[in-house]
Design a protein around this ligand. Structure first.
Ligand SMILES: [Zn+2]
Length: 355
């Protein structure tokens, strides 16, 4: 089914609402906080739509960890005259509840119903199929879908309270897919919102993978994101925005930190030399991992299984990293600590710094 909306003579206005924030954490379970996931995905959706699609303008209800009332969220979107409103949430219920579901207002017009069903279909196929069940596109009376003037959809991208869903939600790669699915869902209902044409005929890896092209502060796009992913992979801190495709101060600092650690010229401008050094770099054995959440499990072996948990550590505690290791059946690595224990390497929970 196709429900193309035509928006003529101007970019489509997409309003992305990151649920909760500030004093309202939303759901909290399995070491995850809903407000953090909502913000991380919302920021990524904005970056993806701006960098990879054309004819689209994006505004966020919040771009930091702040509290907004539901009324304020609706007013921001209504006053802007958004064409579509997407509210990003993650679910919580009993440990058995699992899956992806989305909502529209129960008395929404047919046009919204059709758009919602299509967005749901595109999103499930792109990010969730094979990972968690499809709970379907549903109706409800939620405040933000009721009190917005435009097509409005609220997404619930899995349950923090379910161990399978939570395992996926701890993966930066999965959250990125969820963000891409939001962007693809939005694009699917507007005829004028299309993926940007690649600027070269080379196969896509050469376009999206950073292989030493000179990048500077202020640049954006997939090459920047690839650089950021490579820095994160080597244990350098990109802060809460992670690999967002925007080369700002945090990325420049991480590049400098890396250049310093690698013993090459420190200019904050990554190019061929930085690339070669990054490829060869082994995270320093003197590096520390610092706990960034109130409580976090440490484990007796590199596994996210409950049986591997051997204790808990607290926010701010720092441990010496011996090495970074892959975890079987997970996209998230762990750090082996000097104590012999293991801790997640997910930047949702920890950051690293040189000892
Ligand atoms: Zn929520």
């Amino acid at each position: 089914m196709s429900v193309p909306f035509n928006v003529l003579n101007r970019p489509v206005k997409v309003f992305i609402d990151a649920g909760h924030g500030g004093s309202d954490p939303g759901a909290v379970a399995n070491g995850l906080r809903e407000k953090d996931l909502c913000l991380q995905v919302a920021l990524a959706v904005k970056a993806i739509l701006e960098n990879e699609y054309e004819n689209v303008e994006v505004r966020l209800s919040r771009s930091t960890d702040v509290f907004l009332t539901l009324g304020e969220r609706c007013r921001l979107a209504n006053n802007w005259g958004a064409d579509i409103f997407i509210s990003i949430h993650f679910n919580a219920f009993t440990p058995a509840a699992t899956g992806f579901e989305t909502f529209r207002y129960r008395n929404a017009p047919n046009r919204t119903r059709d758009a919602h069903v299509e967005i749901h279909r595109v999103m499930f196929a792109q990010a969730f199929r094979g990972k968690m069940p499809d709970r379907g596109s549903k109706t409800a009376g939620f405040y933000v879908v009721k009190n917005t003037n435009m097509t409005a959809v609220l997404t619930e991208g899995g349950f923090l309270t379910n161990s399978n869903d939570a395992r996926h939600l701890k993966s930066g790669a999965f959250l990125r897919e969820v963000a891409e699915a939001h962007a693809a869902g939005v694009a699917s209902i507007f005829t004028s919102v299309k993926k940007r044409q690649a600027k070269s005929n080379k196969p896509s890896p050469s376009i999206t993978e950073w292989t030493g092209q000179v990048l500077r502060h202020g640049e954006r796009g997939p090459l920047v994101r690839s650089l950021q992913e490579q820095l994160i992979d080597k244990g350098f801190d990109l802060g809460r925005y992670g690999a967002d495709g925007v080369f700002g101060d945090i990325t420049r600092n991480a590049v400098r930190d890396f250049q310093r650690a690698a013993g090459i010229a420190v200019d904050g401008v990554p190019g061929p030399q930085t690339f070669r050094a990054l490829q060869a770099y082994q995270p320093d054995k003197g590096q520390l991992v610092i706990v960034n959440v109130d409580r976090l499990n440490v484990r007796s072996r590199p596994s996210f299984a409950a049986s591997a948990v051997s204790g808990q550590v607290r926010r701010g505690e720092a441990f010496t990293i011996v090495e970074r290791v892959n975890v079987a059946n997970s996209n998230t690595d762990m750090y082996k600590l000097k104590s012999g224990l293991y801790i997640t390497a997910s930047e949702n929970f920890v950051r690293t710094r040189s000892a």
